[in-house]
Write a protein that binds this ligand. Structure first.
Ligand SMILES: Cc1cc2nc3c(=O)[nH]c(=O)nc-3n(C[C@H](O)[C@H](O)[C@H](O)COP(=O)(O)OP(=O)(O)OC[C@H]3O[C@@H](n4cnc5c(N)ncnc54)[C@H](O)[C@@H]3O)c2cc1C
Length: 426
């Protein structure tokens, strides 16, 4: 911990409004309540209405690496304009998005990757312990410990994952990984195609079914005396007599000593007027679930080359997800992208019924992707306003850890070392 106070003249908050009921907002609320602070969570739609619902639920610090890596450039222009490709950009990207992607591409270099990874290591190291803390406080739905498996049809791709794991270790993070053959992959996940000849088992990870988990976290917030107000869309924040007034569309303003903005991919709308200039865009991902006996997928499986993930949800359902689509956050679901996941998934998971009749919960959600691959966590320029978001691909995994750190800063005025690189005003 650094001894330098992050705020001057601000008192410890007694009442905080948290905007957004995703993993980041609810974990922040939970920690504030733990410290005796009164909390109102303001959520425009519902608990986990954004990215925190249909995601893959992987709590896998062993794989939580920067998105901007040199391999992304290998996809090329043809692939990113193809709606079936794992990475896609609309042909008529607006100027802001075009600039964002150009700057993002410029960062897909190893020195940049190493710098970003160094800042992610402390978050990854804390990630599972932060879940332990939430669970110890009493949560109905628990995390499921176990390994995850990366599955490959070519040996060359195995080598590139091992190279990445070496880079993670060189950055200071321990990862316990073992190379296995295709037979071993199918022992753990019989749904995987016989074409898969190679695998890498990453040990000591966890998973959740995000929807039920998020409901149980919201229940824990309420049980501790917090209020979770759904249908409360925040329009703006203003300072007034006695604190900050949070203007809610069609409702009474909510007064609080301090406010935490945790609105995921919508963060720039509310945080921009408070001095947060770091570019953040929606990296949209898709998922659906199909029936599959629990014994057929006992562990989560990732196909790195195809960028497809499969998660056992329990209760005989399997979630399939993937894609990184740079489109506006509120744009409708693009059916061609679900079709793309289906056609990618069929040869890899031949025994699963991926037909339209079998599919449920077709979903699109927006990962909050920052240009430099790091979350935005800390004070905004306006006193009493805090920012918490931008975790990109890894908000489920890292959100509770950054929540704990942010609340530490809010209560003590001391900036935890792990938050220094995440300053939202950087
Ligand atoms: C397909 C897919 C798979 C993924 N898999 C994983 C994974 O396996 N592991 C992992 O760690 N991460 C994963 N992620 C990323 C993860 O889902 C996100 O990083 C994380 O959910 C972001 O959480 P958040 O709380 O910041 O945002 P969100 O969950 O999007 O929450 C923001 C909330 O703010 C609300 N809101 C917005 N504006 C307002 C307003 N003005 N007033 C009031 N409320 C507002 C929204 O309604 C929303 O509920 C995945 C994402 C996708 C799309």
């Amino acid at each position: 911990m650094s001894a330098r106070p992050s705020w001057v003249g601000q008192r410890r908050p007694r009442k905080v409004a948290v905007v957004g009921a995703g993993i980041v907002g609810l974990a922040t609320a939970w920690h504030l309540l733990e410290r005796g602070v009164g909390v109102t969570v303001l959520e425009r739609s519902g608990v986990a209405a954004g990215a925190s619902f249909g995601n893959a639920g992987w709590l896998t610090p062993g794989l939580a690496v920067p998105l901007a890596d040199p391999a992304v450039l290998g996809y090329g222009v043809g692939a990113i304009l193809d709606p079936a490709s794992p990475i896609s950009v609309p042909p008529q990207a607006d100027l802001g998005l075009a600039l964002f992607l150009a700057r993002f591409a410029a960062r897909c270099r190893m020195p940049q990757w190493r710098r970003t990874m160094a800042a992610l290591v402390p978050l990854n190291t804390m990630a599972l312990e932060a879940y332990d803390q939430l669970e110890a406080g009493g949560l109905e739905v628990r995390t499921v410990p176990g390994p995850m498996v990366a599955a490959f049809t070519t040996e060359k791709a195995v080598a590139s994952l091992f190279h990445e794991l070496d880079l993670i270790r060189a950055a200071g993070q321990d990862v316990d990984a073992e190379r296995v053959d295709g037979e071993r992959v199918r022992e753990m996940a019989p749904v995987v195609s016989p074409d898969v000849g190679f695998g890498v088992v990453i040990k000591g990870q966890r998973r959740i079914d995000p929807g039920p988990f998020m409901e149980s976290l919201a229940d824990a917030v309420r049980a501790r005396g917090g209020e979770v107000r759904v249908g409360a869309e925040v329009a703006r924040l203003r300072h007034g007599a006695g604190g900050i007034f949070v203007d809610v569309v069609g409702g009474e303003p909510v007064r609080a000593d301090q406010v935490v903005l945790a609105t995921g991919a919508w963060l720039p709308r509310l945080a921009g007027p408070h001095g947060v200039r770091q570019p953040l865009r929606a990296g949209r991902g898709y998922s659906f679930s199909v029936p599959g006996p629990d014994s057929e997928l006992a562990v989560p499986v990732y196909f790195p080359h195809e960028r497809l993930v499969c998660t056992p949800l329990g209760g005989g359902r399997i979630r399939i997800g993937g894609t990184m689509e740079f489109r506006p956050t509120d744009a409708p679901l693009v059916q061609a992208r679900i079709d793309g996941l289906v056609s990618t998934g069929r040869p890899l998971l031949p025994s699963l019924d991926l037909s339209a009749a079998a599919r449920e919960d077709e979903w699109v959600g927006s990962r909050p992707v920052t240009l430099d691959g790091l979350p935005l966590v800390g004070p905004a320029r306006t006193p009493g306003v805090w920012v918490h978001g931008g975790h990109g691909m890894w908000g489920m995994c890292q959100g509770p850890a950054t929540a704990r750190l942010l609340v530490e800063q809010m209560m003590t005025g001391t900036v935890p070392e792990a938050l220094r690189p995440l300053d939202p005003l950087r």
